[in-house]
Design a protein around this ligand. Structure first.
Ligand SMILES: Cc1cc2nc3c(=O)[nH]c(=O)nc-3n(C[C@H](O)[C@H](O)[C@H](O)COP(=O)(O)OP(=O)(O)OC[C@H]3O[C@@H](n4cnc5c(N)ncnc54)[C@H](O)[C@@H]3O)c2cc1C
Length: 399
């Protein structure tokens, strides 16, 4: 059944190696065995339990290997397959990647969390967004003050006895995937509030750190663990900082460069599943004495979706290939892949549902589930508008 929506690796053969084909076999086998034909859980609580279970299963199956090795095309392969089978499993893979990549980029693993995450023994989260700082990351209000670094009376006591060199984090984060279920958070906080993005630093904070609190779940329309966290005098050691002070934004953006082609791939996986369901239905369903698929208006929908899916996959694999062959940054390629694929996937899933008619709206139908799941991809890791600003702004600036 898998591949029915045109997700063959032959269509992107120019961009993959034999190792990617072997790895994909492993991911497909994992999905057949551990996910099967069933739906993702419907409730937030059940999704949280299942997400934690999936981290362990994926780690033991060696699925996080391409994350650990910085093999972007491997991650693209994984998310395309996982997106097809289970948006929740895809999100689990994505978050292990997002929370481990900053440490991997810096070559640091404070607390050993990355190693544990790659083995499936710990679940990570990436905490950047705040209530007043979404697309405008530089507006973040969460601060990290090093003990002894300030005598400013307005700054909360940073220099409690015995705290030499430690940081005190205060603030809060919202819309954080895995909030409440993660074992560790990669947290972005300002260590120099006047310096904009150049004042942002990145910390690895264990979920049980004093002063870090899970402030509650934010329940999505499609199950995906999400929530808010709060920092109230949360103290972390100086070693918890990844890289140098003030380099957190750069590290975060470099991580997003690597992850955005994989969001594109997840969108292609979901779109491919929906297209396959639509084609199958168009062949079988008869109206007006003929198969639906014999009507040209239905063929037009299928043709538009198949073409957009093929174009999108080429963008996603090409972005990964550019990174894997040594490009330091793939900001434009990644933005193009993410914006195009997530927007196209929304259209493809919507067209598929239209072809299915009323059946497509039933909660038991996989396309109904995809219709809710695919929406978030146009928003998280930078909205489509922000991707367009990156592409257009780069062209205007650099030609
Ligand atoms: C399912 C899900 C999971 C998420 N997981 C995480 C996570 O794990 N970690 C994390 O840190 N965050 C996460 N987020 C948050 C996500 O990254 C933000 O929602 C996103 O960056 C947009 O920020 P915002 O919601 O505050 O929207 P805003 O920034 O307020 O934007 C609102 C709208 O205005 C548009 N807009 C903003 N600025 C401009 C501009 N200059 N020009 C034109 N249009 C503009 C946006 O594109 C958007 O359409 C998640 C979000 C979702 C939905």
């Amino acid at each position: 059944m898998f591949d029915a929506g045109g997700l063959s690796l032959d269509a992107v053969a120019a961009f993959v190696d034999p190792s990617h084909r072997e790895y994909r076999e492993r991911v497909v086998a994992f999905c057949r065995e551990e996910i099967g034909e069933g739906h993702d859980p419907d409730s937030d609580g059940a999704a949280r339990v299942r997400a934690r279970e999936l981290v362990g299963l994926m780690g033991r199956a060696g699925l996080f290997r391409p994350v650990a090795e910085g093999d972007v095309r491997g991650c693209v392969v994984a998310r395309e397959v996982l997106g097809w089978w289970s948006p929740l499993a895809d999100a689990v893979f994505a978050l292990q990647g997002l929370s481990s990549t900053p440490g991997l980029i810096c070559g640091e693993d404070p607390g050993g969390w990355v190693a544990r995450a790659m083995a499936g023994e710990a679940m990570g989260a990436f905490a950047m967004t705040e209530r007043e700082a979404g697309s405008d990351v530089a507006a973040m209000a969460t601060v990290a003050v090093q003990a002894g670094a300030t005598s400013d009376a307005r700054v909360p006591d940073a220099a409690a006895p015995g705290d030499a060199g430690r940081f005190r984090i205060d603030g809060g984060k919202t819309l954080i995937s895995n909030a409440g279920v993660a074992d560790f958070y990669v947290v972005f906080a300002s260590t120099d509030p006047g310096a904009g993005t150049r004042g942002i630093s990145c910390f690895v904070v264990p979920a049980d750190a004093d002063g870090l609190e899970f402030a509650g779940a934010q329940v999505m329309s499609a199950p995906h663990p999400l929530g808010e966290i709060r920092f109230d005098g949360c103290r972390v050691s100086a070693e918890a900082m990844l890289g140098e002070a003030g380099t957190g934004f750069k590290t975060g953006m470099a991580a997003l460069d690597r992850l955005r082609p994989t969001v594109a791939a997840a969108a292609c996986g979901m779109a491919g599943r929906a297209l396959g369901e639509a084609v199958g239905h168009a062949r079988e369903r008869r109206q007006f004495g003929r198969a639906l698929g014999s009507f040209q208006l239905i063929q037009e929908k299928i043709a538009a979706s198949a073409t957009e899916l093929t174009a999108g996959r080429l963008l996603a694999y090409r972005a990964g290939w550019e990174k894997d062959r040594g490009a330091e940054r793939i900001t434009t390629e990644a933005a193009m892949a993410k914006a195009f694929c997530t927007e196209a996937a929304q259209r493809i899933v919507d067209r598929a549902l239209q072809v299915l008619g009323g059946r497509g709206m039933l909660a038991s139908n996989p396309v109904e589930h995809l219709y809710r799941s695919v929406r978030a991809l146009r928003i998280y890791e930078g909205t489509t508008e922000i991707q367009h600003l990156i592409i257009g702004g780069g062209l205007v600036r650099d030609g």
